[in-house]
Design a protein around this ligand. Sequence first.
Ligand code: ZN
Length: 180
Amino acid sequence: MTRLTILEYPDPRLRTVAQPVAVVDDALRATIDDLFETMYAAKGIGLAATQANVHRRLMVIDISEEHNQPMVFVNPEVFERECVGVMQEGCLSVPGYYDDVERAQKIRVRALGRDGQPFELEAEGLLAVCIQHEIDHLNGRLFVDYLSELKRTRVRKKLEKERRQNTPHTDADGPHAPPI
Ligand code: ZN
């Protein structure tokens, strides 16, 4: 398994719209393993292929603390949404920044699994938010796009400054969910 580099905002490659996966084969499964390796190493609970500069409709999620509930979504599609609510989000591509985003808190999603077989899933709360956040990545969209332009500019400047000075990203104060 290979640990991949996670693209960070405002890298323009994060704006790429991912292409559908035609076949779930061993090569794709190797990419899936790399995504899990990368996500766990970064202490995230979700990672879309887009974030690792792989522009195919593929994402991995594991919201368990023990890292024992890996979930794979190939060509994911949400087909039911309800119960709109607000939850704080963070993102591995926007390190150290967290903010509230409004999304459906209950969804139904269909996708192909690691074995290439289609499945449907009803998800609520953190998992529902995570799935929608990752699908946004596959569409070239980031959670900061839901914020005001002022906030977005502030985040971009902070990240650019940290990169320029080569300082580690500083986390926002207070408790927050792991980034996705
Ligand atoms: Zn993200």
